[in-house]
Design a protein around this ligand. Structure first.
Ligand code: HEM
Length: 374
């Protein structure tokens, strides 16, 4: 079904916050017994661009990093639990009755994990608020250019335009819309690489062409050069869209393809089905990054694939998501390769609020320079 862009304007967003996680890239690294703790911390530091200094303060830095990582993993675990409970709430209508919600234990679990996540967000905001006060002289930011999104929100708080709760809601939205979607997408990308060694080699060639053997940070310019990796990421999102479906409530009668959708009905858009349409993609069940060559993109409707949704309430983090994934995945392939003993199609989509995989991601991570492991 094709939806003309103008028709989408009258369809509004049905809001449901997604709180999720299953196998993350962090899980992959942590579960890999070939790596020791300091390697893990160093690589997570590199992957997430933390400023760990491996010099005379190494022990202190490692301990601090370990504490922070532990805290982040607790939060991720709680987010994962919240997502599973939220999904149960959606598919088991009786849980909407408060007594049953609590009698079944779901309610208590939900409240417990929500508190872990909320406390974390509050701590992040508090830490930033302290920094904000330090770096503001007479209410003026010392350097507006380096202000991040949270700094802007805090500035609005200092001007009395937002309160603490408003800020927490915004931060929660960004943290939860932002982390599990990209994590799922990177997991599926690594899975696709492991099962398509020829594609993986091309990605490694591209990464080596850009970075050589250097350990330097990734720049904006480097990201622009990662054209092949970008195609691979988009192809992963086509086959395994992190948000498998989303809904719209029709605000006024609308005709799409000769069918009338009356005001008030809800429409479920399912990228995980739409993206496998053989009328749009040749061999839609095959992983083929060339589906994202310039010619292929130009030959189809702009809404033929919508991993980030479309229209007025589409994903505001989409550019950032692709940049983040390029930065992380290119770091990964500077050092490692992945393989698996399973077949590509053994791993099926498991639609939850964020798309999961039936097998998780059973990958083996090999140091690129350690051929014995292969
Ligand atoms: C691969 C990664 C991502 C995918 C596939 C994705 C997908 C989506 C989709 C499909 C929607 C619309 C949902 C709907 O209509 O119900 C959405 C909304 C949103 N996304 Fe993303 N997203 C990703 C990453 C991110 C990141 C990294 C951020 C922030 C840093 C982010 C922030 C948001 C926000 C704030 C909204 C709500 C926009 C609104 O309601 O107007 N997303 N995302």
């Amino acid at each position: 079904m094709e939806v003309a862009p103008s028709k989408c304007e009258c369809i509004s967003f049905t809001k449901s916050r997604r709180l999720t996680s299953k196998t993350t890239v962090c899980d992959l690294v942590l579960n890999n017994s070939n790596l020791n703790t300091s390697e893990i911390i160093r690589d997570l530091g590199v992957l997430f661009n933390s400023s760990l200094q491996f010099d005379v303060h190494i022990t202190q830095a490692l301990r601090k990093a370990q504490r922070r990582i532990n805290m982040i993993f607790n939060v991720l675990r709680s987010v994962r639990e919240l997502m599973e409970i939220s999904f149960a709430w959606q598919i088991k209508p009786w849980l909407k009755l408060k007594p049953l919600w609590y009698l079944t234990g779901y309610g208590y679990e939900y409240d417990k994990h929500l508190a872990v996540v909320t406390d974390f967000t509050k701590a992040v905001i508090q830490e930033k608020w302290e920094e904000f006060k330090l770096f503001h002289v007479d209410g003026e930011a010392k350097d507006k250019r380096s202000m991040a999104f949270l700094d802007l929100l805090l500035e609005m708080r200092s001007e009395g335009l937002l309160n603490e709760e408003d800020i927490r809601e915004e931060v929660d939205t960004f943290m939860f819309e932002g982390h599990d979607t990209t994590s799922a997408s990177m997991g599926w990308t690594l899975w696709s690489m492991a099962t398509h060694p020829d594609v993986q080699e091309k990605v490694i060639e591209e990464v080596d062409r850009i970075f050589g053997s250097s350990d330097r940070d990734c720049t904006n310019d480097d990201l622009k050069q990662m054209k092949y990796l970008e195609k691979c990421l988009k192809e992963s999102l086509r086959m395994f869209p992190s948000v498998p479906f989303f809904a719209r409530k029709v605000e006024q009668d609308v005709v799409i393809n000769g069918e009338t959708f009356p005001k008030g009905v809800r429409i479920l858009v399912a990228p995980m089905v739409l993206h496998r349409n053989p009328r749009i993609f040749n061999n839609p069940n095959d992983y083929n990054p060339e589906n994202y060559s310039e010619e292929a993109i130009a030959s189809r409707h702009a809404y033929a694939d919508v991993p980030f949704s479309a229209g007025p309430r589409n994903c505001i983090g989409q550019k950032f998501a692709i940049m983040e994934e390029k930065a992380v995945i290119s770091w990964f392939f500077r050092r490692y390769r992945v393989s698996t003993h399973r077949k590509f199609h053994d791993n099926q989509m498991l639609p939850e609020i964020i798309l999961k995989s039936t097998l998780g991601f059973p990958l083996k991570i090999h140091n690129r320079h350690d051929l014995v492991n292969m």
